[in-house]
Design a protein around this ligand. Structure first.
Ligand SMILES: C[S@@+](CC[C@H](N)C(=O)[O-])C[C@H]1O[C@@H](n2cnc3c(N)ncnc32)[C@H](O)[C@@H]1O
Length: 221
C-alpha cells in the first residue's frame, strides 16, 4: 500500500529479471498502478492497456460480449485479457499465446493471470501457433514485441492471410503496432494501402500515443 502511494511521486521497481527476448523484464509501481515493462517499452498495464482498451471500444464492447473464442497473440502481464474479463465482462473462451515462459510466471505471480478461469495459455511462438491451430476465432489480438522490435513475420502477407483465414465471419483483428521511425510509419501506410480483399475492411484508429498505431481488420461476411 505504501509503495502504491509513493509511486505517484516516483516509480518503484519491485522485481527485475533478465530476458533473452526482451532484454529485461521489470514489475514497477507507477502512478498507483502495477505495470510490466521491458527494457525500453511498456509491456502490460499502464499506457499499453489504455491503447488496447481504445481498440476494443472502437470495435464495440457490445460486439465483443457475445463472442465465443478470442485469440491473444503476445500475453505478457495479460492486461488486455483483464480488460476483456473484468471490464467488458466477456465470458467466452480466451487462448493466449506467449513465447516467453518466464513472463507468464511473472503474470501469475504479480498480476494473478492464473485466476482467469476462461483463459488457456499456450507457450509457443505465435507464428508457429497460427500455422498449427485448427480453431477459428471471433477476435484475434496481435500484440507482439521483443522490447521495441516487432518481428518481420507480422508484416508478411503470408502471416496476415493465415490470420484472416482463422477468423470467423463478422470477426475482427486488432493489430497493435509501434512506430518509432519514418520508415516504420511508411511500413504501416503501405500495409494498410496494399491490404486488399473484398471480404475484409481495414482501418487505423486515431492514435492515443504518438508511437502506437492500432490497425483494425473486419471480416464482413
Ligand atoms: C506488449 S507485450 C503483450 C502485452 C499484452 N497483450 C497485454 O495486454 O498486456 C508483447 C509480448 O509479446 C511476446 N512475444 C514476442 N515475440 C513473440 C512471438 N514470436 N510469439 C509469441 N509471443 C511473442 C513478448 O514476450 C511479450 O510478452
Amino acid at each position: 500500500m505504501i509503495k502504491k502511494i509513493f509511486s505517484y511521486l516516483l516509480p518503484i521497481k519491485i522485481y527485475e529479471t533478465k530476458s533473452s527476448l526482451s532484454k529485461s523484464i521489470e514489475v514497477t509501481w507507477s502512478n498507483g498502478e502495477l505495470v510490466l515493462d521491458s527494457e525500453n517499452a511498456n509491456y502490460s498495464y499502464g499506457s499499453l492497456q489504455r491503447i488496447l482498451r481504445l481498440g476494443l471500444k472502437n470495435i464495440g464492447y457490445e460486439k465483443i460480449v457475445p463472442m465465443k473464442h478470442i485469440l491473444v497473440l503476445g500475453v505478457a502481464g495479460g492486461s488486455v485479457i483483464k480488460t476483456l474479463v473484468d471490464e467488458i465482462k466477456y465470458k467466452g473462451k480466451i487462448t493466449g499465446v506467449e513465447i516467453d515462459p518466464e513472463i507468464i510466471k511473472i503474470a501469475n505471480t504479480y498480476f494473478k493471470l492464473d485466476e482467469v478461469k476462461n483463459l488457456e495459455i499456450v507457450i509457443d511462438d505465435a507464428f508457429e501457433f497460427v500455422l498449427k491451430t485448427k480453431t477459428k476465432y471471433d477476435l484475434i489480438i496481435i500484440d507482439i514485441f521483443q522490447d521495441t522490435t516487432m518481428p518481420n513475420f507480422l508484416f508478411e502477407t503470408f502471416f496476415i492471410h493465415r490470420i484472416c483465414f482463422l477468423l470467423n465471419r463478422k470477426g475482427f483483428i486488432l493489430f497493435n503496432t509501434m512506430i518509432l521511425t519514418d520508415s516504420q510509419n511508411k511500413r504501416n501506410k503501405k500495409y494498410v494501402a496494399e491490404f486488399f480483399n473484398p471480404q475484409f475492411k481495414i482501418r487505423t484508429i486515431p492514435r492515443l500515443e504518438i508511437h502506437n498505431e492500432l490497425i483494425v481488420i473486419e471480416k464482413l461476411n
